[in-house]
Design a protein around this ligand. Structure first.
Ligand code: GLU
Length: 482
């Protein structure tokens, strides 16, 4: 038996991180079993159609290297197929036409609420005499096709959740075909999983209550159902359900925030699965080898962003300078201050040094442009206040004194390769002036970067080299001279 899985999103706008996890697990399971992974677009609900959603879904899956073998298959192109199967159910008495208007259905629900009984279609159209039905059909009265739910209990084995038991009598006679002739999710989903020979339905826990309805459809058609695996809910750290209100939930948002695809995949894989060992770093290929549905947990999986940050920093550090440059360059090019001429003033060796330092401190790709800015900019647009610090006792006089003395000391220095040598030269200045470290080093650091946060002065001098270091310090002295 060839394993066939599918990812079956409804194109409602973006790829939710929960959807990404479903796609990932379905992909991994298919790949590790040398099976087939299908992308199916469940777009039968035209009201929920969002322009461009299908393209962005496909782009997101491709970005994460979750390549599908078949598809995208659009349900909206398969209406005739669902009609044919609905007809088959009508003929076998497993479904019936319902002509009730929405007013009638509302009144029915109201009545049921009054009587405190579960809201459920009362099957008044099931009892319609055949000539009545024929009359209504001839008069062109709109109708839906409902599934005749057998009011009996149903059991099934979910690979993740174990033995499941549902009470059939609580389940409403589902609409299979709407009055516009289009199928509902339930019918289209079951017909497609059968026709596409899907062996394993891997999907979110929110679809668990629909499974009995699906199983009855399989039974009504006389088909063997697939194996079901319902993935645990995604939770916020406070254990509430992950929702848009609490922050980003679109996979694209995380990419836009500078998270690497490797980090995202590794992070998402662990939302409900773990290898049963202490290992934490898994590439997509590792996951194909090691993932197993048996190790997917039932309990909700907590979406812990600190873990994602940690993984992202890990994967950022694992990049070669070339890879990192390729990732940061498009972001740099979006900065108003950037031009391609700026990095050209640095030698390859110097670029390598600067990037390696930045790489160690980056948490996301977006840190790249901010951290590179002090090195790349020709001139810095200084702000006086940033130089001063009440806490460190740095005022204008101190700034000038520090610069006037540090400049000749650094000018006398030729080797900028060792931070120790730079440090020795500056410590000598601090001692000579009888000032505290911060009173000299803070203004020098701001002079070199014009940033509130940056590496320390000795590292900056090493990375910038003699020429740029002195250029920055002299520019600051001039800035304070006016
Ligand atoms: N179209 C459903 C969704 O958007 C698919 C559910 C399933 O996989 O059966 O999640």
């Amino acid at each position: 038996m060839t394993v066939v899985t599918r990812f079956a999103p409804s194109p409602t706008g973006y790829l939710h991180v929960g959807g990404l996890r479903t796609a990932l697990y379905a992909y991994l399971f298919a790949r590790q079993n040398k099976g087939k992974f299908i992308l199916r677009i469940e777009d039968t609900d035209q009201k929920r159609y969002v322009e461009g959603a299908v393209e962005s879904l496909q782009n997101a899956l491709k970005f994460f290297d979750l390549n599908w073998d078949e598809g995208p298959i659009f349900q909206s192109h398969r209406t005739a197929i669902y009609q044919k199967y609905a007809q088959q159910l009508l003929e076998s008495g497993k479904a019936y036409r319902c002509f009730c208007t929405s007013e009638e259905l509302d009144a029915m629900r109201e009545q049921q609420a009054k009587l405190k009984i579960a809201p459920k279609y009362d099957r008044r159209c099931l009892e319609l005499a055949p000539e009545k039905t024929a009359e209504k059909l001839a008069a062109g009265i709109p109708f839906v096709i409902r599934q005749l739910i057998p009011y009996k209990d149903i059991d099934f084995l979910d690979t993740i959740r174990g033995d499941m038991h549902f009470h059939g009598k609580d389940i409403d006679d589902q609409v299979l075909i709407k009055s516009d002739g289009l199928p509902t999710y339930h019918l289209a989903n079951v017909v497609d999983d059968h026709e596409m020979e899907v062996t394993h339905v891997i999907r979110g826990e929110e679809w668990l209550p629909s499974t009995p309805k699906h199983l009855w459809l399989y039974e009504a058609f006389g088909w063997t159902p697939p194996i079901f695996a319902h993935l645990p809910l995604l939770l916020n750290p406070d254990r509430s359900k992950l929702s848009k209100r609490q922050g980003d939930v679109a996979a694209e948002d995380f990419v836009a925030k500078g998270y690497l695809k490797e980090a995202m995949i590794n992070f998402i894989a662990f939302l409900g699965w773990n290898p049963g060992t202490e290992e934490e770093i898994f590439s997509l290929e590792d996951l194909v080898k090691r993932f197993s549905l048996d190790r997917v947990q039932k309990a909700g999986a907590v979406f812990n962003l600190e873990k994602l940050d940690w993984l992202n920093a890990h994967y950022l550090r694992a990049k070669t300078t070339k890879e990192l440059t390729d990732l940061i360059l498009p972001l740099l090019q979006k900065e108003s201050w950037y031009s391609d001429a700026l990095p050209q003033k640095f030698s390859e060796a110097q670029k390598e040094k600067i990037l390696s330092s930045v790489q160690l401190r980056m948490k996301t790709l977006l840190d790249g442009p901010t951290m590179l800015r002090p090195f790349l900019l020709d001139t810095l647009d200084y702000k006086r206040e940033l130089f001063f610090s009440e806490k460190m006792k740095v005022d204008e006089a101190t700034v000038k004194l520090a610069l006037e003395n540090a400049i000749p000391a650094l000018e006398a220095l030729d080797n900028y390769d060792e931070e120790e040598t730079i440090k020795a030269a500056l410590v000598a200045v601090i001692e000579k002036l009888g000032l505290k470290n911060g009173q000299v080093l803070w203004p020098l650091r701001v002079a070199l970067t014009n940033e509130e946060y940056s590496p320390g002065v000795f590292e900056l001098c090493r990375l910038m080299g003699k020429e740029l270091t002195l250029k920055r310090l002299k520019a600051t002295l001039e800035f304070f001279a006016v």
